[in-house]
Design a protein around this ligand. Structure first.
Ligand SMILES: Cc1cc2nc3c(=O)[nH]c(=O)nc-3n(C[C@H](O)[C@H](O)[C@H](O)COP(=O)(O)OP(=O)(O)OC[C@H]3O[C@@H](n4cnc5c(N)ncnc54)[C@H](O)[C@@H]3O)c2cc1C
Length: 497
């Protein structure tokens, strides 16, 4: 085992990179997500070439130069203090615009395997995000291993590899409260059940309210939480400062605090579910894009990919914010809309911030990861609908202003990395689940807005049970696509951003 350090910032050794290659991660973006190399202060400048060289030496067949391409360039190109961004100006009346694009892994990739996909499978899951992979693992656990997951990019290419890792029980409807409670229980056991450390840290969520309307929303929600066994408390601003002493409480009228909420590191969940499912016989086909469907007698009979067709009995559409585009290939109209959400991460600090803090009025949220970074984001009311994975300076400025207002010491911190991902927004902020009207073997598993990561373990557990046993489950009756045509909306309003 070589202890030679390839990435000094994140302590990644050459044998860890070789281990990633053995696991099948054969491009720099996938190896980055598996090992964490290139995510530290130097932003890959010291290690990228060494990792690319190792990939060239070890990967068989030998990769083409185009397969060893550098990371997606993202601003800030140099670590820059939050206070500098906070003092920059932007026109608040203007929509955010495109920003520096990021399309890697989401378009056809040089790593697309040359051999065809399996000719048939009982279940085909479209989308290798947290929802598709957790469903695949849960199906396999129940003995259903004739499953193929199709992912057009690398694992973590979609929203599941780009989110804030927040998991909370503080929701506005009983269903989401119960699902989140179950997910948090499953996430707490993930390392034991699947053998992967997901850096689960139960530091709580502290919501801050700056207007009477948001105070009323938090109070209503807290009463509901208490009815469902969640110990949320409404705090005065002074009491909230006892929870996070560094906060200024500028403009804050009240807070809601649940110490059982948590944060996780999203990436290991994906390869954790993927590896465990593969061990049980599931096939996970990355760099494989669904381009159409064959249908007969009101059923999907084949999924058509850019690596051949797969005949199947059941198809699950778990393509997150891309689901409407994929559904349209089957002539199905979904009402979800992608909305870009931007997010960033700072240099690491010693642990000082227990909870994830969120100002519900503005959509600001931030937490400290187990690696010490402050990871946070902020919704933008001016963001138009549409698939856009660009990164903007407008976001950095708005976020830095809002963060330093609440946490002035953060002004000295440097922002290291910035990226964005798509929220998968439905008209009522609730997911779309269950059968598709007119195509009953096309199952829906999308529309999780900005909370799909935390809902996935619990929803996938119930969906696998529903699919495998055929027993009814109200989740897959109530949250169906048909509810929109029937005017049966399931509104959720505890949305950050
Ligand atoms: C900035 C940000 C912060 C967030 N913060 C949180 C949070 O703190 N907590 C939380 O719970 N949630 C959070 N979310 C939301 C969460 O990330 C998503 O709800 C969740 O990851 C959705 O998972 P998914 O599997 O449905 O979609 P994805 O992870 O997007 O996976 C869908 C996959 O389908 C693939 N795909 C698309 N089209 C095709 C095709 N034609 N063929 C094959 N594959 C295809 C895509 O490449 C993608 O990998 C956040 C999201 C963003 C963007």
């Amino acid at each position: 085992m070589s202890k030679a350090l390839l990435c000094p910032c994140e302590d990644v050794t050459s044998s860890e990179v070789e281990h990633a290659i053995e696991k099948g991660y054969c491009d720099v973006e996938s190896v980055k997500r598996f090992t964490g190399f290139g995510t530290g202060m130097c932003q890959g400048k010291q290690c990228l070439t060494a990792v690319a060289r190792l990939l060239e030496d070890k990967v068989q067949p030998k990769p083409k130069p185009s397969q060893l391409m550098a990371f997606t360039p993202r601003p800030p190109l140099f670590p820059t203090e939050l206070s500098l961004w906070a003092s920059a100006s932007f026109d608040p009346a203007k929509a955010p615009g495109g920003g520096v694009p990021d399309a890697i892994g989401l378009t056809e990739h040089a790593l697309k395997p040359e051999h065809p996909v399996p000719a048939k499978a009982k279940v085909v899951i479209i989308g290798g995000g947290i929802l598709g992979l957790s469903l695949a693992w849960n199906l396999a656990q129940r003995g259903e291993t004739d499953v193929v997951v199709l992912e057009k990019g690398y694992l973590c290419a979609g929203a599941s590899g780009r989110n804030g890792g927040g998991v909370r029980m503080q929701w506005g409807t009983p269903t989401l409260i119960q699902l989140a409670r179950r997910s948090i229980e499953l996430m707490g056991r993930f390392a034991r059940d699947l053998g992967v450390n997901v850096w689960f840290r139960q530091g709580g969520y502290l919501f801050l309210a700056k207007s009477d309307a948001v105070v009323a929303k938090l109070e209503r929600a807290a009463a509901l939480h208490n009815q469902h066994g969640v110990p949320t408390q409404i705090l005065t601003p002074d009491a909230a400062r006892d929870v996070v002493p560094h906060l200024t409480m500028t403009g804050v009228k009240a807070a809601a605090w649940n110490p059982l909420d948590a944060v996780v590191f999203p990436w290991p969940f994906l390869w954790g579910y993927a590896h465990a499912a593969q061990k049980l016989g599931v096939k996970v086909e990355t760099f494989t894009k669904v381009v159409g469907f064959e249908q007969r007698d009101g059923k999907v009979t084949k999924v058509i990919t850019d690596r051949g067709d797969i005949a199947c009995e059941t198809v699950v559409l778990a393509a997150g914010a891309w689901s409407p585009a994929v559904a349209s290939l089957a002539g199905v109209a979904l009402p979800n809309e992608p909305h870009r959400h931007e997010i960033c991460s700072t240099e690491p600090l010693k642990p000082f911030l227990g909870p994830l803090v969120s100002v519900l009025d503005s959509g600001l949220y931030f937490s400290q990861s187990m690696r010490g970074e402050i990871v946070g984001g902020m919704g933008d009311p001016k963001e138009p609908a549409g698939m856009n994975l660009g990164s903007t300076q407008r976001f950095l400025t708005r976020y830095s202003q809002a963060l330093t207002e609440q946490l002035p010491q953060a002004g000295r911190l440097k922002i290291l990395r910035q990226w964005s991902g798509p929220y998968d927004v439905t008209p009522d902020n609730s997911p779309i689940l269950g059968r598709t009207p007119g195509l009953p073997n096309l199952l829906q598993l999308s529309g999780f807005v900005g909370h799909g990561f935390m809902m996935a373990p619990a929803v996938a557990e119930r969906m696998a049970a529903w699919m495998a046993t055929g027993e009814s489950d109200e989740l897959f009756e109530r949250f169906t696509l048909s509810r929109f045509a029937e005017g049966r909306l399931e509104r959720e309003d505890m949305i950050i951003g």
